[in-house]
Design a protein around this ligand. Structure first.
Ligand SMILES: *Cc1c(COP(=O)(O)O)cnc(C)c1O
Length: 375
């Protein structure tokens, strides 16, 4: 046999692809449990989308045989009105995940380095590896992105830096000043991607929800999503605000009809429904405070959160696992975050008042078990 014949006779993915662990989404079933299930594992909104968005989605069913307008112009204009932005600097995607993936494929050549942080969103790693890039994982400090650690990790090969602000799954954030310090500290050839999937929930006075950085700098992109506060996760809709050259590159590589028409129409309605957004923010603010306080009082430390979920710490990975099993048996599904380097934690998305009440009861029962087994 020649060496040619001993090779596996099928197409071979490049090595970066084989280094990817497939993304494991939060579970949505509780095996064996027959009551109502509360899925608090994917940071979806408990309030659902705006009724106006649902109506727009229904209207779109009349024209399903027609291709969508390829640049999502109506949506870019609506986003522009809401945020005071030039629609020419907005690109929409099939979820912000699509844009996160495309950015690595545009800016990383094989062997180039892409930076994200220890507890960073796993899509960043998938994006870097699938572009043939080398993931460089930078440590966080106190479950928070560390600007100095990122700057220290930059090399001549670094092409892209990803961070979420607020971050998932920790819920921590960087102030506007810190983000600006990071942007200014990066060499001009490095693209900084600020993933604002939870920006609408952030209420800290020093959080910067503006788009000033990509307006002032050539190397900063801000992404947003309709999956979280707007409640349209099923439609797969996201967008970014970026410098002209980045938009130009994205528009070359994205699919010509990457965003579908029902999503465009629902998105226009959702971003225009300020009342619904404010209701969602108020619900979230109330329950993040309440759940964080009550769960911490039961003896489980909670990382302060600016998002629509909280990170709960247990005494050990084994206890976190036991809690996961305990909650699941009650129909309450939380997110195990071992794949984010947090095996001692569970992430809890804010739910309906009913689900939040059940979660507090479940934590109290778990804490009581814990105490009695120690006594
Ligand atoms: C949920 C989430 C997104 C949103 O992804 P879509 O593809 O827009 O649904 C992006 N980044 C982070 C960190 C998230 O948690």
């Amino acid at each position: 046999m020649t060496s040619f014949e001993t090779r596996v006779a099928r197409p071979q993915p490049h090595s970066g692809v084989l280094a990817i662990d497939a993304y494991v989404p939060g579970k949505s079933k509780a095996l064996g449990f027959t009551g109502t299930i509360h899925k608090l594992s994917s940071n979806e909104t408990p309030l659902g989308p705006s009724p106006l968005a649902k109506a727009a989605f229904h209207t779109a069913s009349e024209t399903l045989s027609v291709y969508p307008e390829g640049t999502a112009l109506l949506l870019r204009e609506a986003i522009g009105r809401t945020h005071g932005l030039d629609p020419a600097h907005i690109v929409c995607g099939a979820g912000s995940d699509e844009l996160l993936m495309l950015l690595a494929s545009i800016y990383c050549e094989p062997g180039d380095e892409g930076i994200y942080t220890t507890h960073g969103f796993l899509v960043y790693r998938i994006a870097i590896l699938s572009a043939g890039g080398v993931p460089v994982v930078v440590p966080e400090t106190n479950f928070t992105v560390d600007v100095d650690a990122i700057l220290a990790a930059v090399t001549a090969k670094t092409k892209i830096v990803y961070l979420a602000n607020p971050a998932n799954p920790t819920g921590t954030y960087l102030s506007g000043d810190e983000i600006e310090r990071l942007a200014k500290g990066l060499p001009p050839h490095v693209l900084l991607v600020i993933d604002g999937a939870y920006a609408e929930y952030a209420g800290a006075p020093d959080f910067d929800s503006s788009f000033a950085l990509p307006q002032a700098r050539e190397n900063v992109v801000v992404t947003r999503t309709f999956s979280k506060i707007h409640g349209l996760a099923a439609l797969r809709l996201g967008w970014c605000f970026a410098p002209a050259a980045v938009c130009d590159a994205l528009n070359r590589v994205r699919g010509p009809f990457n965003v579908n028409d029902p999503a465009i129409r629902a998105g226009v309605a959702a971003i225009g429904d300020q009342d619904h957004i404010e209701r969602s923010q108020a619900h979230n603010r109330h329950w993040v405070g309440e759940l964080s306080r009550e769960i911490a009082a039961l003896g489980f430390p909670v990382t302060p959160s600016q998002a629509n979920f909280i990170l709960v710490h247990f005494a050990s990975p084994a206890e976190a696992k036991a809690a996961d099993v305990f909650f699941t048996a009650r129909g309450l599904i939380l997110r195990a975050v071992g794949s984010y380097g947090l095996p001692q934690c569970l992430r809890l998305s804010i739910g309906t008042p009913l689900a939040n009440g059940l979660i507090l009861e479940a934590f109290a029962a778990f804490a009581a078990d814990r105490t009695s087994s120690r006594a």
